[in-house]
Design a protein. Structure first.
Length: 114
C-alpha cells in the first residue's frame, strides 16, 4: 500500500455531523467574507490534515453543513469541534452527531469468501 493510503477495512465507523449556520452569520455576505473566516478555515484544514474530518461542506440551501468525522466517540467530536472559532462565536451550532457504519465504498472491502 503506498504511503499515506489507508488499507481497506471490512467496515468503517465514522460520524455524520450536522451543523447549522446562524447567530452572527451575515446572510448578505458570502462564505469567505464572513467574520473570522480565515481563522475558521485554518482550524478546519488542520482537522482535515489530522484525519479527523474526512469530508465536509454546506448542504443545499446553505443553512446546514455536513461533516464526516473519524473519531473514537461522540464526545471526542463535541470537544474537538468546540474549539472552532465559528462554534465559539455562535456562527455555527452543533445540531446532530450520528454514528455511521460504512459498509460500501473504495476504502471498505468485504473479506474474500472461503
Amino acid at each position: 500500500m503506498p504511503p499515506g493510503i489507508a488499507a481497506p477495512r471490512s467496515r468503517m465507523e465514522l460520524y455524520a455531523v450536522r451543523q447549522r449556520r446562524g447567530g452572527p452569520w451575515d446572510w448578505t455576505r458570502g462564505l469567505r467574507e464572513q467574520e473570522r473566516f480565515e481563522e475558521h478555515g485554518r482550524f478546519m484544514e488542520g482537522l482535515v490534515d489530522e484525519g479527523f474530518i474526512v469530508l465536509g461542506g454546506p448542504l443545499a440551501g446553505d443553512r446546514e453543513v455536513l461533516l464526516v468525522v473519524d473519531a473514537p466517540d461522540d464526545q471526542a467530536v463535541r470537544s474537538r469541534l468546540a474549539e472552532d472559532p465559528w462554534i465559539k462565536n455562535g456562527m455555527l451550532t452543533l445540531e446532530r452527531i450520528e454514528r455511521w457504519t460504512i459498509l460500501l465504498g473504495a476504502r471498505v472491502r468485504q473479506p474474500p469468501a472461503g
